[in-house]
Design a protein around this ligand. Structure first.
Ligand SMILES: CC(C)(COP(=O)(O)OP(=O)(O)OC[C@H]1O[C@@H](n2cnc3c(N)ncnc32)[C@H](O)[C@@H]1OP(=O)(O)O)[C@@H](O)C(=O)NCCC(=O)NCCS
Length: 210
């Protein structure tokens, strides 16, 4: 650190936005891996997931019309973003793409990032896939993307999502009362987060310049 420079500004300098993973790299986990979503992943299957009312029951996507073009625009935007990562959740053995998990936006100063996800293939629900995907994405966030706090919100009533976050080590932090309209009633929203352990010095996870 140069004399007179604060630690805070050193962190900001080192963390100028840039992509920290390239196409094709696999983030490995138990039974699944994550990789960046590519334009080739857009198509009928992706659209079927977003048109499945069971899948979208607790997703904001349910309020907007989904089309192949809208999906492609979304994927294109995430692929060119410097603060968001859209990952495909893929089964090891067979490479079946079963859903997606998104990390970001990553706040440039405060280093918190949202995580959101869905398993589009309903026959794969209840097998620990979301929990593992959240674990992998969180590890990537903390170890490679200099995120300090990974956070998520879930509809009260989305027990599977809440449990997935808890299995991945997230802590329930609070309730936003009647924040969400479900279509026929108001619903609470529950906030979860995973915070980098205090024991790890902030300088230990600053990305090295490459
Ligand atoms: C919610 C969702 C992501 C869970 O994915 P999943 O891969 O089935 O989750 P996991 O298998 O990791 O389940 C984690 C825990 O939740 C439990 N669980 C999963 N779905 C559940 C449900 N509908 N009701 C109650 N418990 C459920 C699992 O049994 C498991 O508990 P365990 O560890 O005690 O065995 C998936 O159902 C989904 O994509 N739903 C639609 C989209 C969505 O809601 N996304 C989240 C928005 S915040």
């Amino acid at each position: 650190m140069h004399s007179g420079q604060t630690r805070g500004s050193a962190i900001a300098d080192n963390q100028a936005p840039r992509r920290v993973i390239a196409d094709g790299e696999r983030l490995p986990g138990d039974g699944i891996y994550l990789r960046l979503v590519e334009l080739g992943d857009c198509g009928d299957v992706y659209l079927r997931w977003l048109q499945d009312q069971e899948v979208t029951r607790f997703l904001e996507t349910r309020w907007t019309e989904q089309s192949d073009q809208a999906v492609r625009e979304f994927v294109r935007a995430k692929r060119s973003s410097l603060s968001e990562y859209l990952f495909a959740i893929v089964m090891v053995g067979g490479d079946r793409h079963v859903g997606n998990i998104k990390l970001g936006p990553i706040h440039p100063v405060h280093r918190y990032a949202d995580v959101s996800y869905f398993i589009g293939e309903r026959d794969e629900w209840g097998r620990g896939i979301a929990s593992e995907a959240i674990r992998i994405a969180s590890r990537f966030a903390l170890e490679r993307a200099a995120v300090h706090r990974v956070q998520a919100v879930v509809h009260d009533g989305n027990a599977g999502s809440a449990l997935s976050l808890e299995r991945a080590g997230f802590t329930r932090e609070g309730v936003f009362r009647q924040k969400l309209w479900t279509g026929d009633r108001w619903s609470d929203q529950i906030a979860y987060a995973l915070v980098r352990p205090e024991s790890v010095a902030v300088t230990d996870y600053i990305q090295p310049e490459v």
